[in-house]
Design a binder for this molecule. Structure first.
Ligand code: GRF
Length: 197
């Protein structure tokens, strides 16, 4: 299974996928890594594994749609079976989602549909929740509103900060992501079927 991963930041989830894919037994390969932020630290993980990268900065385009078109063009060059958004902090224009769906999944640091959006960890803490989670979904045209592939509860402990809680969530996200990509590659998870339900 060929995978393109889009990131905006540190790319710890990307690194986990690169490490898993380095095992010849794992039936998926990261063929390229894209970002909207040329300074994304996660690009170094792609470089460490010899995976090509591409940058499509929003600021280089007059409109979001033009940015989306350029991003889609870059993605299509790699003809991936799956696109993974992992720490990608932009909403994709609807025509980009439509072009890639349902082979477009996203990791989210909350127990969706709880706490969608760009600050899921902060929102859970602010709500005084005693538990949150990690989720993997199929991207649709809403915000973190697509069909849920997998999700797992994570306790919030007294004294948790956004950072401490997020660092406890990420390993769970990574595990869910590695497993889901494996299941998709093995045919045990059909994103088309999931999206129809
Ligand atoms: C992850 O928790 C992801 O779900 C969220 O931002 C975080 C990015 O982490 N959107 P990293 O860049 O993979 O380290």
């Amino acid at each position: 299974l060929s995978v393109v991963v889009l990131i905006s930041g540190g790319g710890s989830n990307l690194r986990a996928l690169l490490e898993a894919a380095a095992d010849a037994e794992y039936p998926a390969r990261v063929v390229a890594v894209g970002t909207d932020r040329p300074e994304a630290e996660g690009l170094t993980h792609a470089e460490d594994f010899g995976v090509p990268t591409f940058e499509v900065a929003l600021s280089s385009f007059e409109t979001r749609d033009a940015w989306g078109d350029a991003l889609l063009e870059q993605i299509r060059q790699w003809n991936p079976d799956l696109v993974v958004l992992s720490g990608f902090m932009r909403l994709l224009p609807a025509h980009v989602v439509d072009a890639l769906a349902p082979h477009l999944i996203n990791t989210h640091p909350a127990y969706l549909p709880e706490f969608p959006g760009a600050h899921g960890v902060r929102d859970a803490l602010a709500a005084g929740a005693t538990q949150t989670g990690a989720s993997l979904i199929v991207v649709d045209n809403g915000v973190d509103s697509g069909p849920i592939i997998a999700r797992e509860r994570i306790a919030i402990v007294p004294g948790d900060t956004e950072t401490s809680l997020h660092e406890r969530i990420k390993p769970v996200e990574r595990r869910l992501l590695i497993q889901a990509v494996l299941d998709i590659a093995n045919g045990n998870l059909d994103l088309k079927e999931l999206s129809k339900a």
